[in-house]
Design a protein around this ligand. Structure first.
Ligand code: SAH
Length: 351
């Protein structure tokens, strides 16, 4: 699969030179791709050049929205996208007062196999290319009536299926593409990347000069529990995660976020809150608490809302900033990987 969306503007310029075209064509094509135009729809490009591009085997992004579900509760939209090779991925568009946030997937499936998450149920299928991740943003922006000038997607969270740091190079390229001035130009300040804690990749990321918000999925301050919930903890334990977050703050002065999904009887006790306070004290961060979304195949239960608020007030009393995140789109399989898993299961029963 060759995707125009995988190319930076300078790579596209090289391609145009190879085709014997003037380099300003590259900028026209780049803008067309980032605005969501298919190659055939690029009205400012000659048919001869379009034919040449198509003959070379290129597609714009290859990403298409094949199904969408709008939540009756909060207008959240869940997308199922198809890729050029027939794989499917999902994303969520959440509407807030300050703008629209798109949650993007970075891999088809995931190999981290967290005990509560639907994304890892079928393992990792493959990495997404930079242009495919960008294609999710482009498709959702167009779906919502946006273009390059008036963007409908203002914020991005890399919190869909997949582990961003397990697809490092493509994710870095995606961040640069989506931030590019000639493209959607989404500010790094409006982008959050969530990791399960691949610290070696994170250390590399510290050298990239991409000042996004870093989010670490913590879910427990105890190694024993966290290793059970997240196998990756056997390699990168709690203290290494907290240390990495601290270093990110020291380097960027940006407040780091910890994700904490409350699971009944696993990570929601008073002792858990006390230990969390001890580990995170004196360090400007936010604990984003969410009640676990129930995933049938995983069987773990979320903490009650009442207990979730109790947990958060314990954290606050201990001096931490903590919020209970609204769980959005609960009527449309809002949690990571749920929709794709369902789609695959339905396909299997049809076959
Ligand atoms: N791989 C990355 C990003 C994807 S998951 C990471 O691990 O951070 C985004 C967030 O949703 C993570 O914090 C993840 O632990 C959490 N999550 C996954 N399944 C969930 C579920 N069923 N309920 C609540 N949170 C979940």
């Amino acid at each position: 699969m060759k995707l125009l969306a995988d190319l930076t503007l300078s790579e596209l310029k090289e391609l145009m030179t190879l085709f014997g075209e003037r380099s300003f064509r590259a900028e026209q094509i780049y803008r067309n791709v980032h605005a969501g135009k298919e190659i055939a729809e690029m009205s400012n490009i000659s048919s001869a050049l379009k034919d040449r591009i198509l003959k070379e085997g290129y597609e714009a992004t290859g990403v298409r929205i094949i199904e969408h579900y709008t939540s009756k509760i909060d207008d959240t939209v869940k997308f199922l996208y198809s890729l050029g090779d027939g794989n499917v991925i999902e994303g969520v568009l959440m509407r807030y007062k300050y703008g629209n946030t798109l949650c993007v997937s970075t891999q088809v499936g995931c190999r981290m196999n967290c005990a509560f998450c639907a994304s890892g149920l079928n393992g990792l299928k493959r990495n997404l290319s930079a242009g495919e991740i960008l294609g999710e943003v482009i498709a959702a922006n167009l779906f919502d009536g946006g273009d390059l000038k008036s963007r409908k997607i203002t914020n991005i969270v890399l919190m869909g299926s997949g582990e961003p740091f397990d697809n490092y190079d493509n994710v870095m390229k995606f961040l640069r593409l989506v931030n590019s001035e000639e493209g959607l130009n989404i500010s790094y300040r409006n982008i959050s990347l969530s990791t399960c804690g691949l610290i070696d990749a994170f250390d590399r990321f510290l050298g990239e000069d991409i000042p996004i918000t870093m989010t670490f999925s913590l879910h427990s301050p105890r190694d024993e529990v966290r290793s059970r919930l997240m196998p990756v903890n056997r390699k990168y334990g709690v203290d290494r995660i907290v240390d990495a977050a601290r270093r990110y703050f020291e380097k960027t002065k940006r407040r780091v976020v910890f994700e904490y999904s409350l699971i009944k009887g696993e990570n929601d006790t008073e002792e858990d809150a006390a230990l969390l306070i001890k580990k995170l004290k004196g360090f400007p961060c936010i604990v984003n608490v969410i009640v676990l979304n129930y995933v049938q195949e995983r069987g773990l239960q979320g903490t009650s809302r009442k207990d979730a608020y109790r947990f958060v007030s314990l954290l606050e009393k201990g001096g931490l900033s903590a919020t209970v995140r609204r769980s959005m789109g609960t009527d449309i399989d809002g949690a990571c990987g749920q929709l794709r898993a369902k789609y695959i299961a339905e396909k299997k029963t049809e076959e």
